[in-house]
Design a protein around this ligand. Sequence first.
Ligand code: SF4
Length: 479
Amino acid sequence: MLSEIESHPVDRKARVQLKPVGYLKRSAAERVCDFDEVILGFNGDLAAEEAARCLQCPEPQPCMLNCPAGNDIPAALWHISQSEFIAAAQVFAATSPLPEVCGRVCPNLCQEGCVLSQRWGAVSIGKLEAFVADEARLADGLMIAVPIEKTGHRVAVVGSGPAGITVAEDMIKLGHEVTVFEAWPEPGGVLIYGIPNFKLDKSIVMYKIQDLLDAGVKFVTNTRVGEDITVDELLGQYDAVFLGTGAGVQAAMNIPGEDLPGIFKSTDFLVRANVPQDILPEEQQTIPDVGQKVAVIGGGDTAVDCARTAIRLGAEEVHIVYRRTEAEMPGNAGERKICLEEGVQIDYLQAPVEYYPGENGRVHSMKIVKMELGEPDKSGRRRPIPIEGSEFIREVDTVVLAVGYWPDPLLGEKTEGLETHKWGLIKVDESNGATSKDGVFAAGDNVHGPDLVITAIASAHRAAESIQKYLEGQVYLDE
Ligand code: SF4
């Protein structure tokens, strides 16, 4: 993609000397007392100053090459540097339906590519993106434009997380009728029921859902496709079906005592602690009583989210227990730094082997074995190996398991002709998101496993393009 703004007469020699402006963040002491957002980001003056650090690099700009959605970052930063915030928001919105979300929760791949990261530090692209998206939202400046003439085509979207929202928006913009099916009581998927409020305020997601409603998208909630209605039944009512159901099924470690009271799966723990009760199923409307000592097992972003949640629920001692070292940790380093600021401890090269109950039957302690690293495994990361005789006991009041996630296997099991492979992941043609079943497309975490919001958006855009070709009666496998 060419940058919208071809060239700007910027003085690169002067700009390269400019240091990062710094964004606003609540203190650790203040933020652990509530579930409100931690990062306050930029105000207008700071945003313009920070964006003015951008060198407006010649094509191909490294930041754009690193962005899976192909956001025109230099153009947006130029507008921000001129205090043209709504124009900047429109640049981001041209390629991403969720800039206010990506700016908050994505690990900023674009910034890793920024040439200034080797100098004083990359331009703070993510937080600038969130700032201008918020400005546009507050000014009602980003309505979804839909054509007056409708095509008559009907598209069913299963799942209302990032992939589902992307396809729903792309389809409604093309004049199709769109209905989104969601298993939870409210739309938003992982954006509402997975990501904690202190990273992404739920009102931001709800505003986006309202935008889609205003554009004509219909939502059917409390409906699990595969159980309440089948994909084949949807195909009988719609011209195409998109599956964007994410990866919300939790993996288990299958070690003794794992089913004791007081041991939570991360998805259940986060939902109970972070989601308002009035939009939860009745059986999950209890906030976990975590006690004083909490262990979170795992090393990804979800483990960090759980640990930070446990701190906010009043735990005095929270340990993340991870079987490798920091070098192999899969999550966002920035989030990890924030969780350490909030008092979480990370125990590397350790893994649980057994849980023990106390007199009341609830988990009371756990046996942990120390690990060392061996040769790399299939993932390329060095394999953790238990050190014989290194076991020790730690007392715990609550344990949260955050060790891996897979798609709901129900869709594959209940849909004839829909091929899946290991752990229920849906098989697709990677170039266009077409599944093995005619008229059914898929993208996002139910295809590739847990990944970034922006990667789900990028693959969902590709699937939407294929759905459009399919609806137009074109052969969508020909490119
Ligand atoms: Fe600006 Fe960095 Fe992108 Fe260059 S790489 S255009 S400096 S944001």
